[in-house]
Ligand binder design. Structure first.
Ligand code: FES
Length: 180
């Protein structure tokens, strides 16, 4: 595991009560999480696996879940938050109904992927890594989608789009949301 620099959790995390929500769905998610914790004997080394399971169950790592995991593994919240925020595969915010991953790998970059991403950020009024305020679209980036021959490329809800222009990308996003 790469070295992690200690990172303080945001204030909201240290100020919230640590009890889990009590809806039936939430209880089910916590039960799944408890099973993983038990299977790993509440060992701090199991943190990444536990975070994985939590994200799979809850969809993202909300504040209460991070607090719960810290308590169960008897780990400082700063460590749990630090690991969760270090790895890109973990999300601390709910993701949108649709997602768009713009490739910023070398082949795509030299063919204008950065300009496409800039335009999407402008039109959607969000930065990469964020979700639109209506919860419709999450905008992400990647370092190579394995489709360099199609550069510049992006993935729209799991479907690769190649040789894109900014207009193409916007049209693809529009088509995704229109079909809802
Ligand atoms: S660099 Fe973009 S798909 Fe490989």
């Amino acid at each position: 595991m790469p070295a992690l620099s200690p990172q303080a959790p945001p204030d909201r995390l240290t100020q919230h009560p640590s009890s889990p929500q009590d809806s039936a769905t939430c209880d089910r998610h916590y039960k799944t999480l408890d099973t993983t914790l038990k299977r790993n004997h509440y060992q701090p080394d199991a943190l990444i696996e536990v975070l994985h399971k939590a994200q799979e169950s809850f969809g993202y790592l909300e504040d209460e879940v991070l607090l719960y995991i810290a308590r169960q593994l008897k780990q400082p919240l700063s460590r749990v938050y630090g690991v969760a925020s270090f790895y890109h595969l973990f999300s601390l915010k709910p993701s949108g109904i649709h997602n768009c991953v713009v490739c910023l790998g070398t082949a795509c970059y030299v063919k204008g992927a950065r300009q496409i991403l800039d335009r999407l950020e402008l039109e959607l009024a969000i930065k990469v890594g964020e979700t639109t305020s209506d919860g419709q679209i999450s905008l992400l980036s990647a370092r190579c989608l394995g489709a360099c021959g199609l550069a510049p490329a992006a993935v729209f809800d799991g479907e690769v789009g190649g040789k894109l222009t900014a207009e193409d990308a916007l049209a693809r996003l529009q088509a995704l949301t229109i079909n809802d």
